[in-house]
Write a protein that binds this ligand. Structure first.
Ligand SMILES: C[S@@+](CC[C@H](N)C(=O)[O-])C[C@H]1O[C@@H](n2cnc3c(N)ncnc32)[C@H](O)[C@@H]1O
Length: 281
């Protein structure tokens, strides 16, 4: 019997990674029990729901990333948007290239990676914009410790979302907000209302806060959000950058200004040019 899961392959009762290696007994049991979630047998489904809290507790003590995500949610709650810290190198090549082309004549653009997680976005951006000064900002302290440990580039700095260094920072040429203005719950739960932990009001406040930090003529880049940048009051002072694939279809729900689901997929602009000064500037 061969059964494929997102990151496992089950062959004749053994769980293997895609490269064919054994996942170890702990992961093997986890993968086995995960399969029970959608089983036709009540007993198997009960095993899944019984095991879940124990697995979470084990994970909390064994997995620093998982623990940091939970602690950050507990500590910052409504100020904490996306809980997951998932990221990867070169995640948005089209957008990174567009930014590099836009600033090709700029000797030292100042870039902000807002919601930088463990810093892969900053490292990737530096490959496209080698002369740029890049600030990575996150609310998760463990993520920031990973960023500082793994990135010693003098032109890269990492700050907490609430730190005075970031709160007072301004004059950015580009601001990246990738996969931060969202809650995974909105994709998992299939509710018609946005998760109350992150509403349109929170979204618009954050956009306003960041807009003040962006220079006129600068780029605001936003992707994988639960709301549309175009719905914010500030959008009137921005225009989409004319590049290929500025809009792509994303199979994720979109919520409106009233926090109601308005579409099951998105087709939104992702790169905007700021055409006039912020009111506070
Ligand atoms: C899914 S990761 C995205 C990482 C990266 N931007 C990417 O797209 O690959 C979302 C990150 O946003 C951070 N985050 C959540 N709420 C935040 C807030 N209020 N201020 C700054 N970062 C926040 C999380 O801690 C997490 O590291």
């Amino acid at each position: 019997m061969i059964k494929c899961m997102s990151d496992n392959l089950k062959i004749h009762g053994l769980f293997l990674t895609k490269t064919g290696k054994s996942r170890g007994w702990g992961m093997d049991i986890k993968a086995r029990i995960k399969l029970y979630k959608d089983s036709d047998f009540l007993l198997k489904r009960s095993v899944y729901w019984f095991a879940l809290p124990f697995w979470r507790i084990l994970q909390f003590f064994r997995d620093a990333r998982f623990r940091a995500e939970r602690v950050t949610r507990f500590r910052y709650n409504f100020f904490h948007h996306q809980g997951s810290t998932f990221t990867m190198l070169h995640r948005y090549p089209v957008l990174f290239r567009a930014c590099a082309a836009y600033f090709s004549a700029h000797p030292n653009p100042k870039i902000l990676s807002f919601g930088c997680s463990t810093g892969e976005e900053v490292v990737s951006l530096a490959e496209y914009l080698p002369t740029a000064t890049i600030m990575g900002v996150d609310i998760n302290e463990w993520c920031l410790s990973q960023c500082r440990k793994n990135n010693k580039n003098q032109k890269h700095n990492f700050y907490h979302r609430l730190s005075p260094e970031f709160v007072s920072a301004e004059g950015f040429d580009a601001i990246f907000c990738m996969a931060v203005f969202q809650r995974s719950e909105n994709r998992i739960n299939h509710n018609s209302d946005a998760d109350p932990g992150f509403t349109f009001e929170n979204f618009e406040q954050e956009i306003q806060f960041l807009d003040v930090k962006l220079k006129s003529g600068g780029l605001f880049i936003i992707d994988q959000a639960d709301f549309s940048f175009a719905d914010t009051a500030l959008a009137a002072r921005y225009v989409p950058l004319d590049i290929e694939k500025n809009r792509i279809v994303r199979n994720r729900p979109l919520f409106d200004k009233d926090n109601k689901k308005c579409a099951d997929s998105q087709y939104l602009y992702r790169v905007f040019v700021k055409t006039s000064h912020s009111l506070q500037q």
